[in-house]
Write a protein that binds this ligand. Structure first.
Ligand code: AMP
Length: 463
């Protein structure tokens, strides 16, 4: 099956051929003919399924008729985050290479004036985050009465982020007769209600989670000490010992922890960038860009910031925190193992609360995640912190980057229910001497980095 039977225009087909896609993905196959027939579509699909092209390609075909008027966008795409909006913008640039359409991006963190200038020229496709769109609307810089087609993408994430009232407001500002394409990965009651209210006799198109992600990603748990410095130590050792680590995303549950972990990894000589909601737009774009280009090996991120990002070919995912929602686990590990490539996802588990969260994840994905054998020294005394205190910036002799070092212990499967690492970690922790405790109890590498290395070195203790 090729793209040619879907009803797309020649210009669009030429752009698709230029990107190298041979066959439509299931969501493209099922949704595109309905979009072209001007039907409302309820797409239940997540990122990685090809859903962006499922709405971008038919929109480009439809937009070939008609022209844009000043301040009255013809189509509107709502995205929950700036990065996703920017990604859709890139898709229009790629698939719309043969069109002369005006595409504008209204996202926070970018100057109002530049955005306003674009609006005055007339916009065929307006891609926006809800808050910034309403800001422009309230300033009287934008009329939504010309919108012929509205796309609401990642609706369940909009719900998580508290954007549903904004979405409802926007839906009432665009003409009743517009066509609506609505995408969500899950169908909580609130989303169900919105679809009933704002979609007119929609075609429901549902595609399974990309099975490839779960099938091609090796997933492991590793037991870690509960304190943040223990977790950071475990993570560093895992990264240093990782086989075939090309690049990795490290997920934290809180923005604050993203920033702390980023600073810590940087201090330890890793090539790292951070991505969280409190960073301004240029900083987020730079971080993402550097990671995509391979200029930074590691990316520390929060769920919201990283949701739906299309970063092809990430070799490793580390869950520094067990995600609170099982769905987030699937989204996180969906960043690796893409397009049939193999990937590794490792989750740090430290305490009964984490174990409960892991049980919920295992229930959702329908499989048990095994504990992996700890790389040498995981959880042992403060080698990592001591390294940071070394005059050469924490690098061991000859160590340039984390990924340059290969330890002996790559992830190895443990028989289920035998978390070998648990014993090793706890043994190592109890081996700490009273002399070490004061330094460690400061619980921050910032402090450790200012102590002489000999104070942080593990001391042998006779049994
Ligand atoms: P999305 O779910 O829209 O984020 O797309 C996920 C990835 O799949 C992106 O890197 C797209 O470039 C890629 N993609 C989309 N459609 C196809 C297709 N028909 N064949 C191969 N790759 C595709």
């Amino acid at each position: 099956m090729s793209f040619s039977h879907l009803g797309l225009s020649d210009k669009v087909l030429a752009a698709v051929a230029a990107t190298g896609y041979k066959t439509p993905t299931p969501i493209q196959d099922q949704a595109i003919p309905h979009v072209l027939a001007r039907r409302d579509v309820l797409g239940i699909a997540q990122t990685g399924t090809g859903k962006t092209a499922a709405f971008t390609l038919p929109m480009l075909t439809l937009l070939e008729q008609g022209r844009a008027r000043a301040r009255m966008p013809r189509t509107l795409i709502l995205e929950p985050t700036r990065e996703l909006a920017a990604q859709v913008d890139e898709s229009f640039a790629k698939y719309g290479a043969n069109h002369k359409l005006n595409v504008a991006l209204l996202i926070g963190g970018v100057s109002f004036d530049d955005q306003d200038f674009k609006l005055t020229r007339g916009v065929d496709v307006l891609i926006a985050t809800p808050g910034r769109l309403l800001d422009h609307f309230e300033r009287g810089r934008l009329l939504l009465t010309g919108v012929e087609l509205l796309v609401i993408d990642e609706a369940d994430r909009m719900l998580d982020m508290g954007f549903i009232p904004d979405i409802e407001r926007i839906c009432k500002l665009v003409p009743f007769t517009r066509q609506t394409l609505f995408f969500t990965a899950t169908m909580p009651t609130e989303i169900q209600r919105i679809t009933e209210q704002f979609l007119h006799n929609p075609v429901r198109v549902e595609v399974a989670r990309p099975a490839t992600t779960l099938a091609t990603t090796a997933q492991f748990l590793i037991k870690s000490g509960r304190q943040d410095f223990d977790k950071r130590d475990t993570l560093r050792r895992l990264i240093r010992a990782a086989e075939g680590l090309k690049n990795a995303i490290i997920f934290c549950n809180r923005k604050r922890d993203v920033a702390t972990l980023y600073r810590s990894l940087k201090r330890h000589g890793f090539s790292v960038q951070a991505l969280h909601g409190d960073m301004d737009q240029p900083a987020r774009m730079t971080a993402l860009d550097q990671f995509r280009k391979g200029e930074a090996t590691l990316l520390v991120a929060s769920d919201v910031a990283a949701r739906g990002l299309d970063i092809v070919d990430v070799s490793h995912i580390y869950n520094f925190d067990v995600p609170l929602h099982p769905d987030d686990y699937v989204h996180r590990i969906g960043r690796t193992g893409r397009a049939g490539r193999s990937g590794i996802a490792i989750t740090l588990v430290c305490g009964p609360k984490d174990a409960i969260a892991v049980a919920a994840i295992e229930k959702l994905i329908g499989r048990t995640i095994p504990y992996m054998a700890a790389p040498d020294g995981v959880g042992s005394a403060s080698e990592g912190d001591a390294a940071a205190a070394r005059p050469n910036g924490g690098r061991r002799h000859g160590e340039r980057h984390a990924h340059g070092h290969r330890g002996r212990g790559g992830p190895a499967r443990q028989p289920q229910g035998q978390p070998a690492s648990v014993t090793r970690i706890e043994d190592a922790r109890t081996r700490r001497t009273p002399q070490q405790s004061p330094a460690r109890s400061r619980s921050d590498e910032a402090d450790a980095a200012h102590l002489p290395a000999f104070l942080l070195r593990p001391l042998p203790v006779k049994a």
